[in-house]
Design a binder for this molecule. Structure first.
Ligand SMILES: Nc1ncnc2c1ncn2[C@@H]1O[C@H](COP(=O)(O)OP(=O)(O)OP(=O)(O)O)[C@@H](O)[C@H]1O
Ligand SMILES: [Mg+2]
Length: 245
């Protein structure tokens, strides 16, 4: 379980998160929606300590991210997939995936390679193990990014707009894989602008507005006329995104 309590985050004078409370239970799939600059990425980065929190607490399965000696275990539990794949260009696909298991977790190269091959197979990239990232399409790169996140055996996957640099066809490929992961019971926290995807995949939708949670509702309630949509800010956001009717 991830427990975020009264989380504040400032960048100098700018208060970006203004007291966020959020609990994420195992096997939940949560989508974080909200306007640009509302603090979504910052919140995600606070969960695995990529951003130092200003006050409040973030606890992952009893581990406190603010404690240096617990942070490493938190990072092992929470794998992140970014918008810009961040694959190492000089390493082959298989090496990108086995790097962390071998170097950080001390898994043997053979075991890591076998697991990486199985993961690639599961996302339809069994034949791409030995190519370099530059030889892949955007959608393929992002599928490798997902394999790399899964290779460390995380309990939580944090996704930050993983499809926003992809065209619709590649987006569909990646979303299909994430849907399968969700169906397999992976706990996921997904920041996204893909409203339909959020609707399809999530148990809950959290709407962040200017650093505060404006609403945290089961997905069906979020999209209902007397639920989230009753809030004019949410209705406006959804209509701008071309949904919500
Ligand atoms: N490292 C940083 N230093 C200073 N300000 C930052 C830093 N990172 C983010 N911010 C500011 O914090 C605010 C929230 O940024 P954040 O990236 O969390 O927004 P977001 O909701 O993810 O937006 P988007 O939908 O555009 O990705 C913005 O005003 C941004 O300029
Ligand atoms: Mg962002």
């Amino acid at each position: 379980m991830i427990e975020i309590k009264d989380l504040h985050k400032n960048f100098d004078d700018l208060e970006v998160l203004k007291g966020v409370d959020l609990t994420i239970r195992p096997a939940e799939v949560i989508s974080i929606l909200g306007g640009s600059g509302s603090g979504k990425s910052t919140m995600l980065r606070c969960i695995n300590g990529l951003e130092e929190i200003s006050s409040g607490s973030v606890v992952v399965d009893g581990l406190d991210v603010t404690k240096k000696d617990e942070l490493k275990a938190v990072r092992k539990k929470c794998a992140t997939v970014f918008q810009q794949f961040d694959l190492y260009p000089h390493l082959k696909v298989i090496e990108n995936i086995t790097l962390a298991p071998v170097q950080v977790l001390g898994v043997s190269k053979t075991d890591a390679t076998n697991k990486a091959r199985a993961l690639l197979e599961s996302v339809g990239l069994g034949d791409k193990a030995d190519v370099y990232p530059a030889q892949l399409s955007g959608g393929q790169k992002q599928r490798v990014g997902i394999c790399r996140a899964l290779a460390v055996g995380p309990d939580y996957i944090l996704l930050d707009e993983v499809t926003s640099s992809l065209d619709p066809e590649m987006t569909a490929e990646v979303l299909e894989i994430l849907k399968n992961l969700a169906n397999d019971g992976m706990t996921m926290i997904s920041v996204t602008h893909e409203i339909e995807f959020a609707r399809e995949i999530s148990n809950r939708i959290v709407f962040l507005d200017q650093g505060k949670i404006l609403c945290d509702l089961p997905t069906a309630d979020f999209f209902s006329a007397d639920g989230g949509m009753a809030d004019p800010r949410i209705a406006k956001f959804l209509s701008k995104m071309g949904t919500g009717s």
